[in-house]
Structure formats: structure tokens, C-alpha cells
Design a protein around this ligand. Sequence first.
Ligand SMILES: [Zn+2]
Ligand SMILES: [Zn+2]
Length: 485
Amino acid sequence: MARQSTRKAAQSKPTAEATVKVEKKVVATKVAKSGATVVESKVEVNKRAVTKRKVDYNEDDDDENAEPDTTEEGEQVDDEPTTKPAPPKKRKTTTSSSKKTDDNMPLASRTPLNTLKLAMKIGAHVSAAGGVQNSITNASNIGANAFALFLKPHRTWNYPPFSPDSPSLFSSLLKTHAYTNPSTTILPHASYLINLAQPDKAKATQAYTSFLDDLQRCDALGISLYNFHPGSTGGLPMPEACARIASHLNKAHKATKSVVTVLENMCGSGNIIGSAFSDLATIISFVDDKSRVGVCIDTCHAFAAGYDLRTPEAYAKTIDEFDKVVGLKYLKAFHLNDSKAPFDSHRDLHENIGQGFLGLRAFHNVVNDERLQNIPMVLETPIEVKGPDGKKKEDKQIWADEIKLLESLIGMDPDSQKFKDLEVELQKKGAAERTRVQEQVDKKAEKDAKKAAPKKKKGAAAATKKKKKKDEEEEACDSCGEESG
Ligand SMILES: [Zn+2]
Ligand SMILES: [Zn+2]
């Protein structure tokens, strides 16, 4: 949860300014549709500092600390809260009968794909609080052309059953918001509790049951892709763990219609599966129906795992390696996150686009890769800001702006002054966080080096320490992986 606590409300301002021109242009092309009203609503929001609260948690999370975007929903934060003497009052309604869909305030219009030089479908992991169908409105409100959601509360095994109304509500809202090609738009994320590599039989059954339930929900909702973390080996050999995952996948594929199970690359070391592309390839090799399995590359995870994306050359090398080891045909989605932690640090700390160690150029490389058109690209960047009252809130404008920022990079000359200015501005914003995390990483490396020193003298004692360190590392990555999707 530490990942966005230091962000200040004011930080989102320059991004908004930097992208406002792009946004206006896009809106102008959409006037015939709902663009005009969207702009009006946005201005209204910013003027009035409207605050709304979620009142019904029906199908989604009741966990305030859940991430991404599963904290208490509904508060609308704007960019000028410090000018108000009194902070917007939170109205928390407790009546369960009054149902609402998150906040209904459109913050940006969607960019028609055909107005972009490449059909990059960029969006974010939005809330589904109050019912899975609410994710559609939430996605539309931030101008997302793709989105992720949790299909049920993702930090508990005690999830409520699937609501029979969901499929019809879901499909009608898809139509309302003109998401015409859901198969390349929606990428639900699995619960973080699910570990299909789990060697313990009872726990494996529990994981598989929840996994299968999610896939059945996808089938019912007409969702084609489902993203999950491969899991942890539990200290057992990697190939066996991969085989256990694949055997669950094979069973699940037979039990469901068509949803493609999408493995996410990870950044942890030790027992974490999927930090190396070869882990993903091993799992896929054991899957019977190869048309039902795919991969989602998380840019932050890749970078922290030692796959560079920062320069065009490094990006090309990483994607080539993915192609050789796994195969580009399996690439079904992207998670677009910058990294607060340096290259190859095995730390999973998502940062806002352009502000982390990846930097804007990495994302320029991604969104200008024509091979990645028409797949969901989902932001899982921090949007928690401190309100004027000192309390943390979500500012979804950050995602709305990041979507427009990424879209503006498509076709932009990276040698242009415009790009360079953006790059410098965003790096400046993230400088303090980068320094903070770099210091942590350096300190840990120093500690590890000290620990490793007596290793040469005392074999057995050092081995114990090494194992302990490995466990610690795994724990650390497990927990931060949970935070940041
Ligand atoms: Zn991710
Ligand atoms: Zn994830």
C-alpha cells in the first residue's frame, strides 16, 4: 500500500495540462456523439468538487485496502482541492437499498480508435464495486478503450455467488457505452489468492474452484480473456510447478467454453513463477489446447525482472526474446505501469507513466509497436492522492490523463522538443520516489553483500542464511505483487 501514499494532489496537474490539447482535439472529433456533454460534465466536476460515495458493495470488494482500484469507490477528487477552505464532505450512505454505480462523472471522452495512427486500446483496471457491469461505466468515464476488473472480491475465498442479472446488465451497458469488440477490450484480473501451482491438495482445490468460477463468470458475461498470476512453486522444482498449473488449466479449459487464460509475467525471484519468460513457455508447453492460453506482459514486472524496455534497441531485444521463448502469437494483453524500483531489482512497485525508472521512452516504444494493436493495454498505476483533509482518495483523473498521454505518444517524434519536454517534466515529478526506492534497493544490496560475506567461511550457516534471504525476497515480492496487480 505504500506505493502511492506520498503522491500529492498537485502532482496530477501538469499531466493534465500537458495532455489537455490532445484531449480537446479528440473531443472535437466526437462532438456528434457524446463528446460535447462529456467536456461539460468534466468542467462541472472540477468546479464543484463533487463528492460521491459508494453505497453498495454487492458483488465487489469490501476491502478498503485492495488494489488496484478497489478501495472505497466513488469519491471524485479534482485538481484544485487546496483552494477550497472546507474539504468536500464525504457522504457515506449506509442504506443498502440505494444502489449506485461508482461515480458517474465522465472525466474524459474515449478516443475513437480510427483517429489514432495505430489502434492501441488503452485503459485501466477500474472498479466493479456494486456489480461487474459498473466497470463498463467506470471505464467509459475515464475515456478507456480497454479495461480490467475483478469479477468478485479478490482478497477472500468467501465470495458471493454470481448474480443472475449480471450478464444482461453487462451486455446492455457494453452497448450503451459502445464497447463494440469486447473480446479485445476486457481483461478481468484473477484474485491474488489463487495459486494454481499450490502443491497442497486442499488448498489447490480451493484455488482451482475459485479460478473455475471466474472462468464461468467470463463465459456468462461474454468475456474472452482472463488474466492471472502464475503463482508460487512453494519451494518445489519449477517444472513441476508449471505442470501443476497447466494441469489445472487443461481441466478448466474442458469445463468452460472459450475464455483464454492469460498468464501474467512477474518480477519476483525465488519461488515466484513467471519472472522469466521461460517459465511461461514451460506452462504453455504443458497446455493441451494452445488456443486457450496466452500471456499478458506487465511492463513494470518485466523491467524489474531484468527485461529492459527503455530504449528502442532494448525494447526490440526484449520483445524478440519473448517471441523466441514464448511466441508473439501468445501475447494477448499488456499492463502499462512505470516502475518506482530500478532495473532488475525484483521489486514490484508500480509508478505513474513517465515518472519511474522506465520513463516515457519505454511507453513510446510500446504504443508505437504496430504488432500490439487491438489488444487490451491496462494501466495499474497509482491514483491515490492525499486530499486537503489529509485523507487518501482516488483521483481517477490521473488515469484519464494517462490514457490521453499514452495515446498522444502514438506517432510522436521522440526527438521532438514536445516529447523531450514531456519526458523531463514527468521524470521531475517522480524524482523523489525514485531516489527513495533506489536508496532502499541499495541498502538491501549492501545488507545482502554483508550477509553473503561469511558464506565463504561457514558453508552450512551461510546456506541457511541464503535460504532465509530467498524466503524473505519471495515474501516481499508476493506482498507487493498483491498490491499492484
Ligand atoms: Zn499487472
Ligand atoms: Zn497482475
